[in-house]
Design a protein around this ligand. Structure first.
Ligand code: LR7
Ligand code: MN
Length: 580
């Protein structure tokens, strides 16, 4: 039936017809739902054909579970139905040799069908779910650099074969200046058969992030759907995503990302009820929704899952909305961090991010990128994340810097941020505090590492700051001038004044706080234990032989002296620690 409909639609394009008959040759429809949808689709086409588009009371239909093939499927083909494939003994060496072409089992990818079937892993009920008849169209954007031929083509086929034709405006392949010859003329020629596929060869390496922007800039669909270049879209993957965008144009919809095993190429499903989250210093991760939350909200496996951040690679977003948000920060280089940026931007500026469990796409997860980074990979990602922190994290950026990154110490420039900050002002976005409170309340985000009175363990006295002078006095937690914060950037701080060494040896002084000045940074740690926990000694970092915070003979003033693990006068404790 789809054949008829599609032909009517594309009657002006011979190429499209040819493409269609190829696509349709082994039409392999898998669910009963499609017969029911038949009538509905015809009705819709008729309406379009005679230009009668009724805005109100738009009908709905069950999600199409299309699974077209080029030729009838060979049930015994390697990898068919997403099965595990084993490398034959005599091919082991070849397989090993070819691994580095993509950092996964390239040999196996090349022998499994380009349009293999995979198991329909959708939760029960998804095939019965209704979506609107007037879903927006989408441009599917796939960026790649030196992708393996078979995985790239399989990604494209999975889109063509498992999506309703009328919803795919085009598939834009953005070649990010690949070095492999087969990704030039050969790819262009091969894809001529598929009129929906457009290829953009970039004249220089843009990096994933700017390559996506380049793809978006030529996109003609209502919605942008980004995919990695080594994926397999499962049956019914597209409509549930577009449905969500249709319901709320500021909703960013992500499929469940399933696993194509890098070693045996099997298609594996993943646990349900996972949220996309991050931990410091902005590492993406998955976190299961606790059972009590599921119960409280009576969540079913089909319900959309709100995500504080998205994984990055696979999502649908309204095109106009993407541009309202200023796309990605174009100052992000190569790879990494853009998922944080878009996630914060979406949530803080009025949108939402959800995983849609009825939409499922497999992805080859691999341990290393198979392409070069123009500069050091870690530094690139760190610089990107620092841009994100500076623009979006407000005072919480200290948590980012305080969790291991060395950026403030190095001389890497993170570039101009004025346009990004201006964008945030213009969009009147919420604060990061709002984001934590409303979107990610379970984020562990104490603004300082320790706080309260700072007690000397030997004397039981506390440091107080009075008339710009530091001294020791009887502890009194109710006195604000005895309160100090120990920050993520290692300052010991009261309001905007920081404890500092003085030019006179052994004495201490005060200095306006400054996150970059390494003279103000103190390590708080035990000199006897090797465990990195906040404890006991307080060492000035920026010295060749570190000096420790100590008390003078009068027991009334502070002084610095050579660190001595057994000296109890050098041991200090804050009133409250937020981290170990
Ligand atoms: O310079 C580059 N130019 C590119 O076009 C570097 C990469 N790319 C392409 C590359 O060919 C691939 O198609 O960009 C895509 C992503 O790169 P991968 O697949 O090497 O990395 P990845 O799968 O680890 O990428 C994840 O993190 C990235 C951070 O920038 C992006 O957000 C990816 O889209 C993201 N992938 C996913 O979210 C899929 C699930 C992974 C998880 C969790
Ligand atoms: Mn990937």
């Amino acid at each position: 039936f789809l054949g008829k409909v599609e032909k009517k639609k594309d009657k002006n394009s011979n190429q499209a017809k040819k493409n269609l008959s190829e696509n349709m040759a082994g039409l392999d429809l898998r669910t009963k739902a499609d017969n029911v949808n038949d009538k509905l689709l015809m009705k819709m086409e008729k309406a379009n054909g005679s230009q009668v588009i009724v805005a109100k009371n738009v009908g709905m239909h069950k999600v199409f579970a299309l699974d077209r093939t080029m030729a009838p499927r060979d049930p015994n083909a390697p990898g068919q139905y997403g099965r595990t494939v084993v490398v034959p003994k005599d091919k082991a060496q070849e397989a090993e040799r070819r691994w580095k072409e993509g950092n996964f089992n390239v040999y196996l990818s090349d022998i499994i069908p380009l349009d293999r079937a995979i198991e329909d892993t959708r939760p029960k009920g998804c095939s019965e779910q209704l979506v609107h008849d007037d879903l927006p169209t989408t441009s599917v954007i796939i960026c790649f650099v030196d992708e393996v031929w078979s995985t790239l083509v399989r990604s494209v086929f999975s889109v063509l074969n498992r999506s309703p034709d009328h919803l795919i405006k085009e598939i834009i392949l953005v070649d990010d200046f690949s070095t492999k010859a087969y990704l030039k003329d050969k790819l262009d020629k091969y894809m001529l058969r598929f009129p929906k596929v457009r290829i953009l060869h970039l004249g220089e390496r843009h990096g994933l992030i700017r390559a996506r922007i380049a793809g978006a800039n030529i996109a003609r669909g209502d919605v942008l759907t980004f995919l990695d270049s080594h994926v397999e879209c499962n049956v019914g993957w597209l409509e549930p995503l577009l449905e969500q965008v249709r319901l709320n144009r500021k909703k960013v919809a992500c499929p469940v990302i399933e696993v194509i095993n890098d070693k045996d190429m099997s298609y594996m499903t993943v646990d349900n009820f996972q949220r996309g989250i991050f931990t410091w210093p902005m590492n993406f991760g998955w976190k299961p929704i606790p059972p009590e939350v599921l119960q409280e909200n009576k969540m079913t496996e089909m319900d959309p899952i709100r995500c504080p951040v998205m994984a990055g690679g696979l999502f649908s977003i309204d095109k106009k909305y993407f541009y309202e948000l200023g796309t990605y920060d174009p100052g992000l280089h190569v790879w990494g961090g853009e998922n944080m940026e878009i996630s914060f931007k979406v949530w803080m500026c009025g949108g939402e991010i959800e995983i849609i469990p009825c939409s499922r796409v497999g992805h080859i997860f691999r341990n290393d990128n198979p392409y070069s980074f123009p500069k050091n990979r870690i530094q690139t990602v760190e610089r990107n994340l620092a841009r994100v922190a500076e623009v979006w994290l407000d005072e919480y950026k200290e948590l980012f810097y305080g969790h291991g990154y060395q950026l403030l110490k190095s001389n890497t420039s993170i570039g101009d941020l004025s346009a990004q900050k201006e964008l945030r002002r213009k969009l009147k976005c919420e604060s990061f505090k709002w984001y934590i409170d409303n979107v990610y309340p379970d984020l562990d985000a104490p603004l300082v590492r320790a706080t309260g009175v700072l007690t000397n363990l030997e004397l039981g006295k506390c440091i107080s700051l009075e008339n710009n002078i530091l001294h020791l006095e009887t502890c009194d937690a109710s006195k604000q001038n005895q309160h100090f914060n120990y920050t993520w950037l290692k300052l010991i701080k009261q309001n905007n004044v920081c404890i500092a060494p003085s030019s006179q040896k052994e004495k201490l002084s005060l200095h306006p706080c400054d996150n970059v000045n390494s003279n103000l940074k103190w390590s708080h740690k035990s000199l006897t234990s090797f465990q990195p926990s906040l404890k006991d000694h307080i060492l000035l970092e920026n010295l060749q032989s570190p000096n420790c915070l100590d008390v003078d003979k009068s027991h009334r003033n502070l002084q610095m002296s050579v660190c001595d693990a057994s000296n109890r006068f050098q041991k200090w404790q804050f009133e409250k620690y937020f981290v170990e």
